[in-house]
Design a protein around this ligand. Sequence first.
Ligand SMILES: [Zn+2]
Length: 67
Amino acid sequence: MGESKSRQKLEDLMKILVCPICKTRLLLEDEKIVCTKCGRRYPILEGDIPDLLPESGVLPEDAESAQ
Ligand SMILES: [Zn+2]
């Protein structure tokens, strides 16, 4: 069905969505959404639904110092 259509919808959403932490514009990458300011990465759920809950955001430093 319309996979590219839902991705297009997501790209439209990106124009109005901001990071829930720092209220900065977000960048759409293949499988995630990246904040251009704090660098938090948010997952994209099935159906191209952005998961922009503050607790879903992962800082790059967190991922590296997790172990
Ligand atoms: Zn941010």
